[in-house]
Design a protein around this ligand. Structure first.
Ligand code: SAM
Length: 205
């Protein structure tokens, strides 16, 4: 059981999609994550959207011309994703058993993205292994990009399961080092007590 399914059950695809659509309709920036990835990669590249959910970000990245593979363990979220973009490469996979040697995942990704609180919503105790598996999907110059809440106001949970220090340690164990960290997807400067972080990790030189 992931913390996500513990928190919302296994049938949250449509309600999550409706919530995100309402957010976009209210005039809020719905493509901050896609803009951030675009700013890293420019006009092309391979992206693995890990914990893609309903495909909110993957669909936008594919529309911008990126070569996208998207994986999630929640079938109800993926059902919405498949409906939105039937031809995109959706994988129903648990990140805790993701295999970088499977054909869809070989060749090295330029960005592995874990947007929208994926890291703190993994199953307890699997985080270090998941990060090692995500790191194994990166090409030599690839970047692991993750955005997640560091206080309860920024999480769909009543506690904070993952600190940035723990995340950096797990990344370090996977051979990655932090390259940049921001408060928001539009690159506001990071502030430790503001409850959110967007982190970019690269292979240690
Ligand atoms: C809040 S949703 C974010 C979805 C999407 N990234 C977005 O930003 O809209 C968190 C997602 O992480 C996924 N997730 C959590 N643990 C996972 C795991 N072990 N394997 C695959 N997906 C996982 C959940 O199924 C859920 O779809």
């Amino acid at each position: 059981m992931t913390r996500w399914s513990d928190a919302v059950g296994q049938d949250s695809g449509e309600s999550y999609h409706a919530r995100m659509a309402a957010f976009a309709a209210s005039g809020q920036d719905a493509h901050g994550e896609a803009d951030f990835v675009t700013s890293l990669l420019g006009t092309g590249g391979r992206v693995l959207d890990a914990g893609c959910g309903t495909g909110r970000v993957a669909v936008e990245l594919a529309a911008r011309g990126f070569d996208v593979v998207a994986a999630d363990v929640d079938a109800s979220m993926l059902a919405v994703a498949r409906r939105s973009a039937p031809n995109l490469n959706w994988l129903e996979r648990d990140l805790a058993s993701l295999d970088s040697a499977e054909p869809a995942l070989t060749g090295g990704f330029d960005v592995v993205l874990a947007a929208g609180n994926v890291i703190p919503l993994l199953a307890e105790g699997t985080e270090a292994d998941v990060i090692r598996r995500l790191a194994a999907c990166l090409g030599p110059l690839g970047l692991l990009v993750a955005g997640f809440g560091t206080d309860v106001e920024h999480l769909p949970l009543d506690h904070v399961p993952v600190t940035l220090e723990e995340y950096d340690t797990w990344c370090g164990d996977a051979g990655l080092t932090v390259q940049e960290r921001f408060l928001t997807w539009d690159r506001e400067p990071f502030e430790a007590d503001q409850g959110y972080a967007v982190s970019v990790h690269a292979r240690r030189a």
